[in-house]
Write a protein that binds this ligand. Structure first.
Ligand SMILES: Cc1ncc(COP(=O)(O)O)c(C=O)c1O
Length: 403
């Protein structure tokens, strides 16, 4: 007879999510399908998606141009090694340089990788042409990715003590504070790097005045201007690139998110005078693969079609007006942002509660700060979907106010 007391404890049943590394508090939902502004979970529930993979799915979920590009290119060629040219790499590089006014493109797989490349390119340029200058001035509250160097470049307070020691050579100043940038410049300074709109920080814009003055200052001092357009690029603000609003051109720009419309694709785009990598300095197995590059071409062709960006401006204006009205009705604060990258100041630390309750009612929105909501719908969002989103949010804010 076996003693029950000595019997080995029954092994706990594996949970459905156990094999997925636990790196963020995910709700217990499993998404299985998406189309346009809508996602469907494994229980068949539908959600109006105003996160869109964190501003990634610029054409919405599974849009026809991306489906076609993937199917067509997968039949032809998926990867032929970055050591060879391929036609899609050439086509996308041409499109990006033609539309940006910059000259050369290195294709990568994530925003952090593109930014890491931008920092390396600036340091290489500093070594070659600026007596070894290497420091990059970045902005408090800025966000540039999750590699060690891009975390070091970011100005996220929660990361200050994380993964020490940080990569050296980053000096932080406040956004829109030109005297602070000037004061931080030394003979070691090689570049200033920033987002035209700080997205992860909660949607805070660099003013057009600041960007223009910064462009003049960096030119005057022989320092590179790097714009991280990973969130603001590819039509998100109503122009193809955020810097167009200020009428400037950076020396280096990075793109990701919308460029791939949902697939992993990023780009480091630079002025010809800065392109100084020697062979072997930069690369990556998947960089410039034709499958992803074909998607990037399809996205750019779609976003630059006549009327596309005008519609983003119109939708952004309509959305902003509706948010202002809601803010007035529910005692919230300012509406920040441009185009279809918008935030609402709730004036109270209820943003997570709002996002959680909205999700139970079929609406996905993001809370980048305790007191703010961020909205990053598909650039193809309709006025009706904006109305639906406002109605759900209105109900959620009303219910929270009533306790
Ligand atoms: C401005 C900015 N830069 C860089 C990144 C990092 O991009 P990725 O997550 O593709 O590495 C992000 C991501 O949110 C971003 O918003």
């Amino acid at each position: 007879m076996t003693s029950t007391t000595n019997a080995p404890a029954a092994a706990p049943q594996p949970g459905p999510f156990d094999a997925v590394m636990d790196i963020t508090p995910r709700p217990p939902l499993v998404f299985v399908a998406g189309r346009g502004s809508w996602l469907t979970d494994s229980e068949g529930r539908r959600y109006l998606d105003f996160i869109q993979g964190w501003a990634v799915n610029c054409l919405g979920h599974s849009p026809r141009p991306i489906l076609d590009a993937l199917a067509r290119q997968a039949e032809r060629l998926i990867n032929c090694s970055p050591a060879f040219y391929n036609d899609q790499m050439i086509r996308l590089s041409d499109l990006l340089s033609r539309h940006s006014g910059l000259h050369q493109v290195f294709l990568a797989n994530s925003g952090a990788e593109a930014n890491e490349g931008a920092i390396k390119l600036a340091r290489k340029w500093g070594t070659k042409y600026r007596d070894g200058a290497y420091e990059v001035i970045t902005m408090d509250h800025g966000f540039h990715g999750r590699t060690l160097a891009t975390m070091s470049a970011s100005g996220k307070a929660q990361w200050e003590q994380l993964y020490e020691p940080k990569v050296a050579g980053f000096v932080k100043v406040l956004l829109n504070d030109l005297p602070a940038v000037e004061a931080a410049m030394t003979p070691r300074t090689v570049a200033v790097m920033l987002e035209p709109i700080q997205g992860e920080a909660g949607v805070f814009e660099a003013t057009a005045f600041f960007l223009r003055d910064l462009r003049a200052l960096t030119r005057d001092r022989g320092v590179l201007l790097i714009l991280d357009e990973i969130q603001t690029g590819i039509g998100r603000t109503g122009r193809l690139f955020g810097f167009e609003h200020a009428g400037i051109t950076p020396d280096i720009m990075t793109l990701a998110k919308g460029l791939g419309g949902g697939v992993p694709l990023a780009a480091l785009v630079a002025h010809q005078d800065v392109c100084c990598f020697d062979y072997g300095d930069q690369g990556g197995t998947f960089c410039g693969n034709p499958l992803m590059a074909a998607v990037g071409c399809a996205v750019i062709e779609e976003v630059t079609k006549p009327g596309f960006l005008a519609r983003v401006v119109q939708a952004g204006g309509y959305f902003g007006d509706r948010l202002h009205m809601l803010s007035g009705k529910r005692g919230c604060g300012e509406v920040r942002g441009q185009g279809l990258l918008l935030a609402l100041d709730l004036k109270r630390d209820i943003a997570s509660q709002v996002a959680d309750l909205a999700r139970t009612r079929g609406l996905l929105i993001n809370a980048p700060r305790p007191d703010s909501l961020r909205f990053m719908p598909a650039l193809t969002v309709t006025d009706e979907e904006i109305d639906q989103m406002i109605d759900v949010l209105d109900g959620v804010l009303g219910d929270i106010a009533r306790g």
